[in-house]
Ligand binder design. Structure first.
Ligand SMILES: NC(=O)C1=CN([C@@H]2O[C@H](COP(=O)(O)OP(=O)(O)OC[C@H]3O[C@@H](n4cnc5c(N)ncnc54)[C@H](O)[C@@H]3O)[C@@H](O)[C@H]2O)[C@@H](O)CC1
Ligand SMILES: Nc1ncnc2c1ncn2[C@@H]1O[C@H](COP(=O)(O)OP(=O)(O)O)[C@@H](O)[C@H]1O
Length: 297
């Protein structure tokens, strides 16, 4: 998974992409202990949703709660806030300390309100680990702490084009490894590029890159809101391991575990038939339980 330092004569070795296994994912699931409380388990701050896309906020929060963590603090506009509380009354909607942030799902960078912009800036400015999705990807230049970007191919094309690369969605889908690496190197962030095969990699530092891939067992997860659910899962895994997020190899491991849990929750929910995004979130606890117990069922 982790690349050896490059040979100064022949140049960097091609990246070794590690297929993320059940064993590797299990190692990134934290089971609460007798001394744990809701704060030691990790709090995820969530700035997602908008008047246009309130449902994305519900999906991400639902998925985070189902993945297992101490608490979710949701900070957003009134409508998504109300819907989040209707679905999940345990969510807290006042500001306070968090161990990680999930931002951007269900937002549109072109129509963002001033108050949404202020919440996003707050999440990005204090060095806390952050998972950046959809309508906050344009703010990648403001990242101050460990960050995971979670674009689909279209969003990655927009991000890379803004950074001066000539690439479109189709080219990224044709060479996902190359463009995930390019985006990680260009932004300095861990990149999780979504698709039937999800690619997760760190930037190349001192000739070392960590890279993992997760192949979904079916394509039923290609449905609206599925990526919003993924954001919640990854956010929860990062929040419960926030002290490790500064290590790019660990951050890749945490993000890859989120993608693994999402892909297998979708498979479990689907049972070879169609699913809705919320079904994926509902199946997440069974995948976490299986990873936590260390036994396949
Ligand atoms: N329930 C919700 O609240 C949902 C919110 N979502 C949010 O919606 C926002 C936009 O995400 P997207 O990934 O959709 O936006 P993008 O702007 O990345 O993708 C839209 C692209 O899809 C193309 N397109 C749209 N309809 C099409 C069709 N029927 N056939 C072929 N191409 C079509 C458009 O031309 C455009 O290029 C994000 O903030 C995301 O988080 C989505 O996750 C869907 C569910
Ligand atoms: N063909 C596919 N097979 C399996 N999973 C897929 C496929 N296409 C997309 N996915 C997964 O579904 C999710 C879609 O995310 P995204 O494109 O952001 O959708 P949305 O914006 O509607 O939430 C991602 O987790 C991605 O990996």
């Amino acid at each position: 998974m982790t690349q050896a330092p490059s040979d100064p004569v022949s140049g960097p070795e091609p990246t070794a992409w590690r297929d993320w296994s059940e064993l590797a994912a299990a190692e990134c699931v934290k089971v609460p202990g007798a001394d744990d409380d809701k704060y030691t388990r990790g709090v995820l701050g969530v700035v997602t949703g908008s008047a246009e896309f309130p449902g994305a906020a519900v999906l991400g929060v639902e998925a985070a709660v189902r993945t297992g963590l101490g608490m979710v603090r949701y900070l957003g506009p009134r409508r998504p806030s109300r819907l989040v509380l209707q679905a999940r009354p345990e969510v807290v909607t006042v500001a306070g300390r968090v161990q990680a942030w999930l931002i951007g799902s269900g937002m549109n960078s072109a129509t963002r309100t001033e108050s949404a912009g202020e919440l996003l800036a707050h999440a990005l400015d204090d060095g806390t680990p952050v998972v950046i999705d959809a309508g906050a990807l344009d703010l990648v230049g403001r990242v101050t702490g460990p960050a995971v970007l979670t674009p689909h191919a279209g969003e990655l094309a927009t991000l890379l084009t803004a950074a001066g690369f000539e690439v479109d969605r189709r080219a990224i889908a044709a060479e996902p490894e190359r463009w995930a690496e390019t985006a990680a190197d260009s932004t300095g962030c861990v990149v999780l590029l979504k698709g039937r095969v999800t690619h997760v990699c760190s930037p190349l530092r001192d000739g070392v890159r960590t890279a993992a891939r997760i192949e979904a067992p079916s394509s039923w997860a290609a449905t609206a809101g599925s990526g919003d659910v993924l954001g919640g899962v990854v956010g929860a895994v990062v929040a419960t391991h926030a002290d490790e997020a500064g290590d790019p190899a660990r951050l890749v491991a945490l993000a890859a575990t989120g993608a693994y849990v999402h892909a297998w929750a979708a498979d479990r929910a689907s049972n070879r038939g169609p699913i809705a995004a919320l079904d994926i979130a509902a199946a997440v606890p069974r995948i976490i339980a299986r990873l936590a117990s260390g036994s396949a069922d």
